[in-house]
Design a protein. Structure first.
Length: 127
């Protein structure tokens, strides 16, 4: 896919985000911000049989962070806790499909950072 198609994909997720909202009965829930730009993302995850059965996000921020959060919720649906724990920055950059400078990279990685914090804080006590 060329960069223009990736950009269109990012704009589509920004304009029509997937899995937007909150899960009141979430098993994992975490909110985190990017101190460099002020973007904020909250991710709520419901688990069933050790897999992500539902996921929602809320946030405020730039096109990259909000599109990344939307794409990320689709990426993690159905994954196990172990699969979530091994997601890398490179997985996110590949998902986004566009080259990002250092400050924009942090925007794109924000959903992964939220997940990592949420798993660190909450999963150990629930699994």
């Amino acid at each position: 896919m060329d960069n223009n198609l990736y950009r269109e994909h990012i704009l589509e997720h920004y304009g029509h985000p997937r899995n937007l909202g909150r899960l009141e009965d979430a098993d994992v829930s975490c909110e985190w911000d990017n101190p460099l730009c002020g973007d904020v993302v909250r991710i709520d995850i419901k688990l069933h049989d050790g897999r992500v059965s539902d996921v929602r996000f809320e946030g405020q921020g730039c096109v990259i962070s909000m599109a990344s959060a939307s794409m990320f919720t689709e990426k993690i649906m159905g994954k196990t806790i172990e699969e979530l724990k091994v997601l890398t920055d490179e997985d996110i950059f590949e998902m986004l499909g566009v080259e990002l400078g250092p400050s924009r990279a942090q925007c794109g990685l924000l959903p992964l950072r939220v997940l990592q914090e949420g798993l660190k804080d909450e999963v150990g006590s629930q699994i």
